[in-house]
Each structure stands twice: as structure tokens, then as C-alpha cells.
Design a protein around this ligand. Structure first.
Ligand SMILES: [Zn+2]
Length: 410
């Protein structure tokens, strides 16, 4: 292990090389105004071919609007002594747009190394290029050691994380479920903290609903002639919030916050002028539900509240599901979580903290196959911001953590 760690420490220039080349190719989803991952994947595929991987597979999800007409996903596998089990490292290669250029101190698509010799700036350096780099570093260290790992090492470089995973991990799981064995384990280095201590094993169910309340339009001076949908919608938002927090009040300290949350968020515009009673009101509810609750029970409570408001205000309310995503939690005593905790202690010198989060990582599709998946990394936590930065030192730590886990899995 110590020799492999030394090999990793010697790869500083390789980190810069990879980060520089990737940052120059903005892989932005067509859904966010870009061309997709075609060129970045071509660069990375060529890079993977320089390694001693036993298999390199390209899985292309058709997408007309993207360059090449596809969203490419790359999979590389290096066999272990036990070929029936794989430790998968998941990273996404798409990035979000740079946002307001004026907020950037450097060119977002040209890597800049800070005078401290450690901090790198550029769009994507943290989210999620650091994970791509850490995975390649670990692969190189293991290959250069001349030893085969106890289990297979699998690296997945995926498209489309930033705009919903449809052409990325979800496509791979749907089309190539045969790639995964029942004992496989997954590490997703796409969230974390500067100490590198948190290990995320569970997610709340993400549940987004759109509520449309229908009343009747009238002149504001004669409210009796109409039926104010905004008033009824407001009453509904408050009633939902009150009822849901009261009824679904279980606590689970794995999560922060420990409670389920039910928050009215987005509000669509109604009438453009002040003197009209609006006939339609639209708002959205963002719920993050503890995995121990059944969403059907939430739906039943919502239906009850809606009925009360409809009766009281003589309006019609329709409900549309915008997003619903739940995943099976990874047990805190899973082998992967134990090895990960040891690695964090050894490499980052801190005690691991096992946590749950508010939901929405791309570990969910593999967790739903019933496979163990953890999310964690050592990062500044500044994804999507102007002047996005990543640390060479942190990258070395992440590479060591995954190397330790890989070499100690059974
Ligand atoms: Zn990300």
C-alpha cells in the first residue's frame, strides 16, 4: 500500500495534464446550451487506451441535439483476482456552463494553477473532473505495482449528470445491467467536504409537485364577481406545509436536517396587472422525505388537504408530479462502508462520519439495483460557482482512499 501511495504522490504533473486537457473541452449538455461530451469522451478514451485495462466499452445514448448525435459513456475494467466482483468508480464528464463570465478571475475553460502550486481553477475542475483524475491515478498506481487487485476495478466516465442522468448512468443501468454483479460496490466522488470525512450512504426521497388552483377572474374592485385563485393557492400552500410537517415528523439523525421537509418553493406569475383577481395560481412543493416513509401516505395526506381547500374556497386544484426519486439505502455496516471508513482515517487522518443527504445524487440508480454505493470525496465544495477550484493535494487523497478500498475488498 505504501508503495502505491508513493506512486500516487509522484503523479502531480499527470493531474495537471489531465485537468488542463479536460478543462479545454467544455462538455455542456445540449439541454444547457452546449454540444455534449463527444470530444471530451474521445480525449478520455484515448487516455484510457494508454492504460493496461482489460476491457474498454463505449455506451452511446442517442441524442439528436448533441455533437455526434450521441451522449457517450465510457467504461474501463481491470480484472482482479476475483473476476466476479467489481469496485466501480463513477464520475461524470459533463460540466455546467461557466455562468457570468465577469465573475471569473481567470478563463473558465483554461486551467490556471494558483501561485500556491496546489489550487487549480477552471469550470469542472472539482465537479467532477477531480473524480475522473482520482480514478485514473488509482488505476495507474495499481497497474504499476504489477499486482492484480483482489476484485476488478471498474471506471465509469458518464455523460449527463448535470441535466438528469437520462443519457448517463440511467441509460447504462437500463441497457447494460449485465455489467453489474450482485456483489459489486460503487464509489461516487461527486460530493464531499474539505476534510474528506463524510461518507454518504442514504438519500431522502426527492418529491416535487406542481399545484394548479383554478378560480375565476374578475375586476379587483368587484371580488364578489370572481374567485381569487391566489388566495386559495396561498391557503393551500400554508395548509399543506402545516399538515405534512405535523403528520410526518419522524426524526433520523443520519440525516441533516433529521426531519422530512415539505417546502413550497417556486411560484409562477399570474396576472400582469394589479387590478385583476387572478383565476389561476401555480406553485410547487419540494419535499425531501425520510426513506422510512411511503410516498403513498404523503399523497393521501395531500389529497385530504386539497379537498378541504377546494370545499372551503370553491376552487379546483390539480396536482402534477414533476420529479420523484427514491433510492435504497446502503447499510452502514456494509463491507464497502467499513473499508471506506478505514481509508478516511488512514489517508485524511479524520474519523469518518456516516451520513444521509437530501437526495438527488447519481448513486440512486445503482442503489436501486440493490447494490452498495457510497458518495464522498475531499473537496472544497464549490461546484457550479464562478472561479471553481480543486486541490492537487485533495485529489491525491481521493486517489489514495479508493486505492486503499480496492486493495482491501474481499
Ligand atoms: Zn457533479
Amino acid at each position: 500500500m505504501e508503495n502505491m501511495f508513493k506512486t500516487i504522490e509522484g503523479m502531480r504533473d499527470y493531474i495537471l495534464d489531465l485537468q488542463r486537457n479536460m478543462t479545454r473541452i467544455p462538455a455542456i449538455s445540449p439541454d444547457a446550451g452546449g454540444k455534449g461530451e463527444y470530444q471530451k469522451a474521445a480525449y478520455l478514451e484515448a487516455e484510457l487506451k494508454k492504460f493496461k485495462f482489460d476491457e474498454i466499452i463505449r455506451i452511446e445514448a442517442p441524442h439528436k441535439e448533441a455533437e455526434g448525435g450521441v451522449r457517450p459513456n465510457l467504461i474501463a475494467k481491470y480484472y482482479g483476482e476475483n473476476k466476479n466482483k467489481t469496485l466501480w468508480l463513477l464520475a461524470h464528464i459533463d460540466v455546467v456552463p461557466e455562468g457570468d463570465r465577469a465573475m471569473w478571475k481567470t478563463d473558465p475553460f483554461e486551467l490556471t494553477l494558483d501561485a500556491d502550486g496546489d489550487t487549480m481553477y477552471g469550470r469542472g475542475v472539482e465537479d467532477n473532473q477531480q473524480a475522473v483524475v482520482a480514478a485514473l491515478l488509482a488505476a495507474r498506481a495499481v497497474m504499476e505495482s504489477g499486482k492484480r487487485p483482489p476484485v476488478n476495478l471498474g471506471i465509469m466516465l458518464l455523460a449527463d449528470e448535470e441535466t438528469g442522468n437520462k443519457y448517463g448512468i440511467e441509460y447504462v443501468v437500463e441497457k447494460r445491467g449485465d455489467l453489474f454483479g450482485k456483489d459489486d460496490a460503487f464509489i461516487v466522488q461527486d460530493s464531499g467536504d474539505p476534510e474528506g470525512k463524510s461518507i454518504e450512504v442514504a438519500e431522502k426521497t426527492v418529491y416535487w409537485l406542481k399545484f394548479t388552483t383554478q378560480g375565476k377572474q374578475a375586476h379587483a374592485s368587484r371580488p364578489g364577481d370572481g374567485n381569487n385563485a391566489f388566495v386559495a393557492g396561498s391557503a393551500l400552500a400554508l395548509a399543506l406545509r402545516k399538515a405534512l410537517y405535523a403528520k410526518f415528523d419522524k426524526k433520523d439523525n443520519l440525516f441533516d436536517p433529521a426531519l422530512s421537509t415539505f417546502e413550497p418553493t417556486k411560484k409562477e406569475a399570474n396576472v400582469p396587472n394589479v387590478n385583476t383577481i387572478p383565476a389561476t395560481d401555480v406553485f410547487y412543493l419540494d419535499s425531501r422525505i425520510l426513506p422510512s416513509y411511503d410516498v403513498k401516505d404523503i399523497d393521501a395526506e395531500i389529497a385530504k388537504v386539497v379537498k378541504t381547500i377546494e370545499d372551503e374556497y370553491k376552487v379546483k386544484v390539480s396536482i402534477e408530479t414533476i420529479n420523484k426519486q427514491s433510492s435504497i439505502a446502503t447499510p452502514a455496516d456494509a463491507e464497502l462502508v467499513k473499508r471506506y471508513s478505514e481509508a478516511v482515517q488512514k489517508v485524511n487522518g479524520v474519523k469518518a462520519g456516516i451520513i444521509g443527504i437530501g437526495g438527488g445524487t447519481f448513486a440512486a440508480p445503482v442503489r436501486n439495483l440493490g447494490l452498495a454505493a457510497v458518495v464522498g470525496s475531499r473537496i472544497y465544495e464549490n461546484p457550479h460557482t464562478p472561479n471553481e477550484k480543486a486541490s492537487i493535494k485533495f485529489t491525491l487523497c481521493d486517489a489514495k482512499v479508493i486505492t486503499y478500498i480496492l486493495m482491501n475488498l474481499k
